[in-house]
Write a protein that binds this ligand. Structure first.
Ligand code: CP
Length: 316
């Protein structure tokens, strides 16, 4: 994985993803031992779009590994505001750092960045396209809740059109196989065809598309709620009409399995009532913690720094 850019999780093999899951577990129980793994390394976080979790966890991950961080949060204070291209920015920043995490509102921007950079580039979300490190956090949460990421019925609910976390998660779960997806959305926010094609191309996976959450919640092992992505709407009226289509509350949860896990990439607006936070099925703040651990695993791997005392999964 040394020197590798991660634009989509398709850039990693299944065994590399399993290794990252294993590393993250090791990091969680060996925080002091790994605290100098990336001494002397520098991460750049180039965030052209708002973020709380992704940017702060990328940065915390490098700091907890002993490295340092530079970057910008919002392009208005970078030379992008003067019209500098992504390629020129990456050719420049590559001189300063060992690894870059980039978030950008345009689909494909992270790929353009990786082609210009001479250091690994990690996609921290490109428009409505992909969010691979969120998927790593999601996989770690499924692994810890169920001991597996396969043989599950996974409901995805809300904005399935613009929700890049949904696209990344579906595509990756298809690679692991044996998942039935229940795609719950209004007609206007249905899953893009290229994502459905990926499910269709996977013999062990299948999907159903529905509009009603209540009628299917009892079938689900996982309910992945998503926010309606206001920033990707062209029309404010459509956003206001659709934003509260699905609100998960305790009444609806009573219809669900006791073992179901509720995931959400966050931030949430109204999709999950705050009362659900105390339900043992709420797993979304575990996802936040897993996001940091998986980014620690990924950053140390792409810069090529070994975690002290770590025994690779492949060696077991
Ligand atoms: N899950 C996620 O991407 O959150 P942020 O937008 O706060 O980074």
């Amino acid at each position: 994985m040394i020197g590798k850019s991660v634009i989509s999780l398709d850039d990693l093999s299944i065994s590399q993803i399993r290794e990252l899951l294993h590393k993250a577990q090791y990091i969680d129980s060996h925080r002091r031992e790994v605290a100098h793994t990336c001494d002397g390394r520098v991460l750049a976080t180039l965030f052209y779009e708002p973020s709380t979790r992704t940017r702060l966890s990328f940065e915390t991950a490098m700091l907890r590994l002993g490295g340092k961080v530079i970057g910008f949060a919002g392009s208005q204070l970078s030379s992008a505001s003067k019209g500098e291209s992504i390629a020129d920015t990456l050719k420049t920043v590559s001189n300063y750092v060992d690894v870059v995490a980039i978030r950008h509102p345009k689909e494909g921007a992270a790929l353009v960045a990786s082609r210009a950079a001479s250091v690994p580039v990690i996609n921290a979300g490109d428009g409505g396209h992909m969010h691979p490190t969120q998927t790593l956090a999601d996989l770690a949460t499924l692994q810890s809740r169920f001991g597996r990421v396969t043989d599950l019925t996974v409901g995805l609910c809300g904005d399935l059109m613009f929700g890049r976390t949904v696209h990344s998660l579906i595509e990756t779960l298809c690679r692991f196989g044996n998942v039935h997806f229940v795609l719950i959305s209004p007609d206007e926010l249905k899953t893009p065809q290229y994502v459905l094609d990926r499910i269709d191309a996977t013999p062990s996976c299948s999907y159903t598309e529905v509009k009603d959450l209540v009628s299917v919640i009892g079938d689900l092992d996982v309910l992945y709620m998503t926010r309606v992505q206001q920033e990707r709407f062209f029309n404010e009226d459509d956003y206001l009409r659709l934003r509260d289509t699905y609100i998960l509350d305790e009444d609806k949860l009573q219809l669900a399995k006791e073992s179901m896990a509720v995931l959400h990439p966050l931030p949430r607006i109204n999709e999950i009532a705050v009362e659900v936070d105390n339900d043992p099925r709420a797993a979304y703040f575990e996802q936040v913690k897993n996001g940091m651990l998986m980014r620690m695993a990924l950053e140390s791997s792409v810069v090529g720094d070994e975690l002290p005392g770590y025994e690779p999964l492949e060696a077991k």
